[in-house]
Structure formats: structure tokens, C-alpha cells
Design a protein around this ligand. Sequence first.
Ligand code: ZN
Length: 286
Amino acid sequence: MTAINIEMKIFKSSTILIVILLILMVAYYLILQNYKAHDTNNMPTDAHNDTLVHKKQINNKVSIDTIVSVDFLTGKFNPAKDTSFTLVDPEYGGRSDMYLLKDTYKAFIKMFYAAQHDGVKLYIISATRNFVYQKSIWEQKWNGSKLVEGKNLATSVKDPVKRAEIILKYSSMPATSRHHWGTDVDLNSMDDKYFSTTEGKIVYNWLCANASKYGFCHPFNSKNERSSGYEEEKWHWSYMPLSRIFLNQYKNKVTYANITGFSGCETALKLEVIKNYVLSINSECK
Ligand SMILES: [Zn+2]
């Protein structure tokens, strides 16, 4: 074998090695890019972003692309420390410590002034209630420290399922309340009698005629319109552009394993509270 032949062989081998190396580098780069894209798609947003509402402008229409966690949907966060939420000015409400998602709040203010223009006074008496807050309401009723229908349920209703059913007429189980989402408000009075007064009737009729113009709907409408769920709540209104999305995400993400951590939580599955309460709302709010 001549020296030239040996050199040619070495040259050919080196070329093959370089080509193999290049192929490997390109393959590595492609795998890395694919991994990054995949990672970004599945990446949970950081603690704050988890509850943020992201808006996208597509073809001049605002579409809302919302990423929310199970923790958000089940109220496991503190609205006072979350930048998606804002404090409700006492001008619009009966208390100084209420929070709403910023978009809900903006829509409510528009509705508030429209109502005021028509001589109707709206005021928020309850807004966002997180898991801890709802747990305290639920457990006071569960353990009898707050009477329900004039009764101490801890002593008068021993059967846990029956006790839960009575509380569920007007109060959600923690982790199942629409009030967790920053989209729902209770207006003016949580007493049905108020809505039988002249003022209450005017307020309710105004809301029924106008609330939808501002994005609000009435999830707990007459029981005649729903097969199950909470009693009618004329005071409860929901900012549908967001709550509809959250309801949909709730349906897909939340399971009974997420509805725990409070007295009587074992009744959640027996009563199928997701199907019979969370999803059993006015069809116009879905
Ligand atoms: Zn309510």
C-alpha cells in the first residue's frame, strides 16, 4: 500500500467521522429544542401566575386563554397576596376586606354605575371566599356552633349525609364554591325576604334585565329550572366570561381527592357534589 493510499484512507475515515459527529450534533440540537418546547407547554406557571388570567388578542377579538391550577379552582390561595385580585372599594360593598379578580371588579363597577343611573343601588356583601374561609362557614354549621334552620345540626342530625344535604341548601362545601374563583358576588342581601320587598324586587328585576350586558349571570336560578343543586339565590351573580372557563376547567381537573380537609368531607363523593351542585347551575351560565 502506498503512502498516498494510506493518506486517502485516513482522509476518508476522518470525513466519515466528521459527518457522523455532525449528524449527532444536529440530532442532539433537535432533541433539545423538542424537549424545551414540550417543557414550556407543560410547565406550570409560577405560584403567582397560576391564578393569573392571560388575555390574547386574536383577530381584534379578545379571547381569554386562562391557565389555572387545581389549587386555584378549589380556593387554596390567598387573594390578598395574589396580584390577579384586587381589593373591593368599600364604596361598592358592605365590608372593607373583600377581593375580586380584576376583570370581575371592572365589570361590576360598570354594572354598578349603570344600576345607579337607573336609580338602583347595588352593593357587594360577599365576594371571593377561599378554602379556609369556606371551611370556617361549613364547619360552624357542621359542628353546630352556627344554627341552620334554627337547629344545631351536630345534635339534631346525626347522619352525616343528611346533615351535609341540609347545609348544602345554601352553603357550598369547601373546595366546591364558585366564590373561590373571584368571579362571583352576593349582592344586597342573602335573605330571601329582602327580595320580596319593593326595593328587593326592583333590584332583582333590574339584575335579571341588565346584568347580562355586563357579563353577569344568575347561576342559582329557580330550582324548577334545575334538576339538583343549591336552593335559588337571588343575590348570587357570576362574571360569566371567566367563571364559565373556570367551571369547565373544574369539570376536567378537580376530583373527589381534591375535596377533602374539612369535617364531613367524606360525604362529598356520596352526594356527588361535583355533578349535583358544582355543575347543576342555570344553563345560561355554562
Ligand atoms: Zn354566593
